[in-house]
Ligand binder design. Structure first.
Ligand code: PLP
Length: 436
């Protein structure tokens, strides 16, 4: 019983008790400054739990994988862009059109291959600006990347029509949209190349693919990962869940592995890292840092690696019905409650049937005034497009200039409980009201 209590105190009681810190960067008067902030105390992306495994055999909702196209497995969607550009035989001087509202890892592969990124406008509802794209197509344009943001399906059908008219390839970016349909078309149904990022919807630190719509084909062979990498990946999954108070029944396993590692280090004469009594021991596995060196990094060579097997398997195993249902429920709860928070405007006006949100986007006027308080409160959040590739993106699109400074994304994933949502909304409300 005593042992059980130890595990409960050390692992299960960790929810909302963030103790580790991380560094963020800000720009103050044009200079980059670093700040230590607590790690988000709720997971920004889902972690694995026993609950999420139930219903493995239930009928799956429509997903981007349903098209059944041949695919290239990658560790993250940014590397799917690399493969699409390779298959299109992109050369220096070619132009790739993509939204001004982007994250830098979408641009890095284009520049790495010597092509020129050309940014087009987006509308306030995040649709691609078709007139602006039409004006920016030149004989050098080889492909257009159009994004379905936050799990919603944007006006990709219109971009498709434009691509057909100009004989340009369409890369449909479904990194934010794994599930769902619009007008009877399952997400990913328009692109010649479709980017998938399973790691955004499922509890895996790496995983994604490039799906290739016939008649396009590929003969790419991805490097398989080693057994050690797979083992570390499995442990990392459990460890991450433990950190957020899930799967704590597996804590003894992690304890045992940690004990063995420390023992081996001692035998080899290395100094073991101290094991604290009150928190999860220092990480056994450096997690995805090993694979991608962080969220904003693009490492060209990694494009040739596929995700470890367990990360490819989990999205197929997990209960997708629960994933889609909970995401919609959580989104709607946040939608209703954030309407009442002064200073917040929900960026999308409705949640159509069949749409499965990735995150909950909120516009907060003068966000930079409150943002440090959000970080200090250990709120789980993301700032899509906070940093743009260069000034031309902001200059090309006034909506981007505004949204990159004032839009914040909160999680609405399947692993958040009602209490988590209430805490999230209440914390945001308190910060905004206190600053009035
Ligand atoms: C719209 C969009 N496309 C592509 C990517 C790249 O996805 P990944 O992080 O899986 O490389 C991101 C990353 O956040 C994204 O937001």
């Amino acid at each position: 019983m005593g042992l059980l209590n130890t595990f409960i105190n050390r692992y299960a009681a960790r929810r909302r008790a963030s103790s580790t810190s991380q560094t963020t960067t800000h720009h103050v008067n044009g200079k980059q400054v670093f700040r230590n902030i607590p790690e988000a105390c709720l997971p920004v992306f889902p972690v694995i739990s026993f609950k999420s495994l139930f219903g493995i055999f239930s009928k799956k909702p429509a997903t981007v994988l349903d098209h059944g196209y041949p695919d290239i497995p990658v560790t993250a969607a940014r590397y799917a862009i690399t493969h699409a550009l390779r298959l299109l035989d992109i050369k220096p001087g070619d132009e790739i059109l993509l939204p001004a509202y982007h994250c830098t890892v979408m641009v890095a592969p284009i520049v790495k291959m010597g092509a020129t990124p050309v940014f087009f406008k987006i509308a306030k509802n995040l649709d691609s600006d078709i007139n602006d794209i039409a004006q920016k197509i030149t004989p050098q344009t080889k492909a257009i990347i159009a994004v379905n943001y936050c799990g919603f399906v944007q006006n990709i059908a219109d971009v498709r029509a434009l691509c057909d008219m100009h004989n340009v390839a369409l890369i449909e970016d479904c990194a934010h949209s794994f599930f769902g349909q619009k007008d009877g078309v399952t997400v990913g149904g328009y692109g010649d190349y479709v980017l998938v990022s399973t790691r955004k919807f499922f509890p895996v630190p790496e995983g994604g693919s490039l799906m290739i719509r016939p008649p396009f084909t590929h003969t790419t062979r991805q490097k398989k990962r080693t057994l050690t990498a797979s083992l570390r990946a499995n442990l990392s999954l459990i460890e991450k869940s433990l950190k957020h108070g899930r799967l704590w029944l597996l804590a003894p396993l992690i304890e045992l592995v940690n004990f063995l590692i420390q023992g081996t280090k001692r035998l080899l004469g290395k100094v073991p890292s101290p094991v604290e009594n009150t928190s999860v021991p220092s990480s056994l596995v450096p997690d995805m840092k090993n694979i991608q060196e962080g969220e904003n990094a693009y490492i060209h060579e990694i494009a040739d690696k596929q995700a470890v097997y367990i990360h490819q398997l989990i999205p197929k195993l997990l209960n997708s019905v629960q994933v889609t249902k909970r995401r919609r429920q959580n989104f709607l709860w946040l939608y209703n409650n954030f309407q009442e928070i002064k200073g917040c405007r929900v960026l999308v006006y409705e949640l159509p049937d069949g749409i499965v949100p990735f995150m909950f986007p909120v516009y907060i006027e003068n966000l930079q005034k409150y943002f440090p308080a959000f970080e200090d409160a250990a709120l789980p959040l993301q700032r899509f497009a906070q940093f743009l590739w260069d000034d031309t993106a902001e200059e090309a699109c006034p909506v981007t200039a505004d949204y990159s400074k004032n839009v914040i994304l909160f999680p609405c994933h399947q692993e958040l409980s009602q209490a988590d949502l209430e805490w999230l909304a209440q914390t945001v409300r308190t910060i905004l009201e206190r600053a009035e």
